[in-house]
Each structure stands twice: as C-alpha cells, then as structure tokens.
Design a protein around this ligand. Structure first.
Ligand SMILES: C[S@@+](CC[C@H](N)C(=O)[O-])C[C@H]1O[C@@H](n2cnc3c(N)ncnc32)[C@H](O)[C@@H]1O
Length: 341
C-alpha cells in the first residue's frame, strides 16, 4: 500500500529511522510538499494495510508521524476530477457512517473542490459530518497528481486534516497560552476522556493553559509552579494554585491523591520522568497522565526510549507518545497508573 504521512520538517530525518525500526516493509518515496507551518507531507509504502499501520504507530509507538492516509488511487488534475473522485469514493465509502472530505494541496486546488465533492457525495445519499465524521475522503494534491484514499478516521491518527488541529480561543476564562492547545490535542490524540475525573495535579502550570483545560473539564486542579499563573485562571473556584516547585510540593505532602496528573515542566527529560514516577504514589488506581518531554538540540532517540522505559518500569502503562502539531521541540506522552506497587 502507498500512503501519505505528515510530520514536522525538523524531525523528518527520524521518521524513516522510526518506521524501519518497527516495519521492515517500510519504503520512503518522496516529500510532496512543505506547509507554511513547516510540516512535511510525504509519500511512502508499506506491505501493511492502513489499519495495521495505524495500530503499529500507536502501540510501538512511532512518535514523529502525525497523520496518515492510504492512497487507493492516483488521479490527474483534469476538468472532471471531482466527478472521478466521487465515483471512486462512492465505491469505497460505507453507507451507514458519516463522511468528511479533507483536501490538502501544494497550491493548485482550493477548498472549492472539497466543497464540490462533499456536495456531490451528499446528493448521492451519504451523510456528511464536518466536525466528527467517521470516515474520510482524503485528497493530497501535489503538482498535477491527486493522491486519493478513503478510510476510517481512527486509521488516520488524527481527525484533523494533515494532523493539524484548529481550536477556538473562546471560553469563560479567555485565552491563556498556546500551551492549552497541546493538552487539548493530547487528550484527543490519545483518546483520554476526562469526564468523571475529580482531582488533578498540574506540574509546571504557569501561565495556566493546562490548568484551564482541566478546570473547564470540571476537575479540581492543584496548579504547581514557582511562577504565577494567569489571574483569571486563579479565580476559578476549581483551581488551587501553589507557588512552589513540584519537588517541594511532594515533600510537603498534603495527603491529597489525584486521578489526573499533568507535567509540562521545563526540565531535563530524565529528571522530569523521575519526578513523574515518584508522583505515582499520590495517584489513584487508573489515574491518567499527560507529560511533555522537552528535547534538547541534538537529542538522541535513545533518550526518548529510555524515558518511556523509565515510565513503564516506574509502574505506568504507556497509552501513546507523539510529536503533536502543537509541540515544538518536545514530544507528548500519555500514560495511566495501575498502582501495583
Ligand atoms: C512550558 S511552561 C508550562 C506551560 C503550562 N503547561 C501552560 O499550559 O501554561 C513550563 C513551566 O515549568 C515550570 N517549572 C520548571 N521547573 C519546575 C519545577 N521544578 N516545579 C514546578 N514547575 C517547574 C516553569 O516555571 C514554567 O512555568
């Protein structure tokens, strides 16, 4: 199968290394285009199906890929190209699942083509869902070629076009920092449902983006940071700000336990993981966690593997690890605590 993948330009060299580590049939073909945001869209090949590949990426984990879609057919950009796409899509779409059309382009075709295809498919009786479709007609346009594929949204790794989420800034507590998007994206990417969770500890909370996301999910949140958090976030009755370090908060032990832990501390990766492991004793069984690993210039892949290994050895089950769209020089890891000590 040929497939399209996206990743950040900065981590492109790691992609082939990572894929080859877990899939010996992986063959890189070419970069199709670079987005304005510095993301690469590229073509590759694997003997796996797209569902098998998506599963492999999630469990391995293959960290630096953001989005994939299978290439079922390749079209030329001709006048009746939208009709050709609809004929091919009609054969592949499942009747009882909602669909969306995602078109990414190096500049030749615009959103008008995606709209026309959506409309034609709707006229054929398929149900479109712009926000939460179950299957996607993916179109990657490069030069005169259109790489077309239809698949389940879960096999694309992200519901967003090219793995590039767009979140609105509006909320009762306003926009605090871009960091809040990182947590939103992580929750979506790793399929973490915060509903029913009661108590969170947010390490490295300032200026307060992650705390805001947790409090808006109705969770009592202890926000720990020597730097101040945003004053509007502090006003939220669910937020309890502690002006201290994560190490000191732990040493002071107020006896609280948590069913969510987040850690976005600007800290050496080994130290940050070690601290997360020590915090495990304050977590309830089944607690979930999200942390970032800040990657120094010239980091080695072994450092990431070691961090994941240390979390596992420390009693966490890894739910996933990914270089998300909202991550810069960092990756995000999600995990859960089983509390078998
Ligand atoms: C990237 S910022 C966190 C952004 C935050 N997640 C948000 O959404 O606004 C990193 C934070 O880590 C904090 N930090 C660094 N070392 C820390 C430590 N030992 N304990 C607590 N916070 C720490 C820094 O003060 C800084 O505010």
């Amino acid at each position: 199968m040929e497939f399209i993948f996206t990743c950040s330009e900065a981590h492109f060299k790691l992609i082939a290394y990572e894929f080859e580590l877990y899939d010996d049939s992986f063959k890189f073909k070419k970069v199709l285009f670079t987005g304005n945001d510095g993301s690469f869209t590229a073509l590759a090949e694997s003997a796996l199906t797209v569902a098998e590949l998506a599963h492999l990426i999630k469990v391995s984990p293959i960290i630096f890929v953001r989005h994939i879609h299978a290439v079922d057919e390749v079209f030329e950009v001709v006048d009746n190209f939208c009709d050709l796409v609809c004929v091919a899509a009609e054969k592949r779409l499942e009747r009882f699942l909602s669909f969306g059309v995602q078109l990414r382009t190096d500049g030749k075709l615009g959103g008008a083509a995606a709209k026309e295809i959506s409309q034609k498919l709707t006229n054929l009786g398929f149900e479109q869902d712009m926000k939460n479709c179950q299957q996607v007609v993916s179109l990657t346009v490069s030069g005169n070629k259109v790489f077309f594929g239809v698949g389940k949204v879960s096999d694309n790794l992200s519901k967003w076009k090219g793995g590039m989420p767009f979140y609105s800034t509006g909320s009762e507590f306003g926009f605090v920092s871009r960091a809040e998007y990182k947590l939103k994206e992580a929750l979506e990417c790793f399929d973490i449902d915060l509903s029913g969770r009661k108590d969170a500890i947010d390490l490295g909370a300032a200026p307060g983006g992650w705390t805001k996301v947790l409090a808006e999910a109705g969770i009592n949140t202890i926000a720990v940071d020597p730097h101040l958090i945003d004053k509007d976030i502090m006003k939220n009755p669910l937020v309890n700000y502690r002006r201290t370090t994560a190490e000191q908060y732990l040493a002071d032990d107020d006896g609280k336990s948590f069913d969510v832990i987040t850690n976005d501390m600007k800290m050496d990766t080994t130290d940050s993981v070690a601290l997360t492991v020590v915090y495990r004793r304050r977590l309830t069984s089944g607690a979930v966690g999200v942390m970032t690993l800040k990657l120094a210039d010239g980091f080695s892949y072994k450092e990431i593997q070691k961090a994941i290994g240390n979390l596992t050895d420390g009693g966490y089950k890894i739910l996933g690890a990914r270089q998300l769209y909202h991550n810069r020089s960092e990756i995000t890891i999600a995990f859960s605590s089983k509390n078998e000590k």
